[in-house]
Design a protein around this ligand. Sequence first.
Ligand code: HEM
Length: 219
Amino acid sequence: MNSSGTPFSTLIRTASHEQHVEAETSTFMSDLLGGRLGVDAYARYTEQLWFVYRALEEGAEQLSGDPVAGPFIQPELLRLAALERDLAHLRGGDWRAGLTALPATQEYARRVTECALTWPGGYVAHHYTRYLGDLSGGQIIRDKAEKTWGFARKGDGVRFYVFERIANPAAFKRGYRALLDEVRADDLEKQRIVAECKRAFALNSAVFSALGEEFRVSA
Ligand code: HEM
C-alpha cells in the first residue's frame, strides 16, 4: 500500500490505462489484428520483440538477487528462446542474418538495458509492462495470429505467447500483483516506477508507429 491506501498494483494499472488503450488501438495493432496485414508485418514485429526481450532477459540474471527487482525474476516468464523458435519458423534458419532493429526499437531496448544496469525499480516497470501484458492481451494476439496466418495452435510462430510453464495465467497474474503490492519501494520510488511504466508504454507505441509507417494498408 502507499500512503493513500491504494495497492501499488492498482496504482500502476490505473496510471497506464489510457496508454494501454492507445497501444491497443494503434493503427499497426488494429491492422495486424484486423487481418489487414501480411505475415511479413507480423514477422517484423516479432523481430522487434526479440531485441526488447534480449534486453529484458540479459539483465535478468544479475538482478535475481536484488531486493527490489529480484522477486520478479521468474524463469517461467523467459521469452527469448520461444521468440527464437518463432523467428526460425517465420524467417527460416538464417533468421539472424536479416534481423534489424528499427530506431524506435533500439531506443526501447537501450532504455531497458539502462534500467537493468542502473535502476532496479525502473526495470520492474519494464518487466511489468511486457510480461503482464503478454499474459493478458497476448492471448488475444495469439488467437488472431493463428487464425490469420494459419499457425498451429500454440505452435511455431506463436510460441512467444505460450507460457508452457504457467498452467494458470490468472493465478500467476494474481501472484504477480501481490509482488507489486509488496515491492520494496517508498512512495516516491513508486511514483518513479509508475512514470517509467508510462515511458515503457510510450516506447511500445513508438515501435508500433514505426511499424505502421513500414506496413501501410492500401486503401
Ligand atoms: C491489441 C493489443 C492488446 C490487447 C488486445 C490487450 C488486451 C489486454 C487485456 C484484455 C488485458 C486485461 C487482462 C486482465 O485484466 O487480466 C490487458 C492487460 C495488460 N496489458 Fe494489454 N493488450 C494489448 C496490448 C498491450 C501492449 C502493447 C502492452 C504494453 C506493451 C500491454 C500491456 C498490458 C499490461 C501491463 C496489462 C496488465 C494490466 C494489469 O492488470 O495490471 N498490452 N491487456
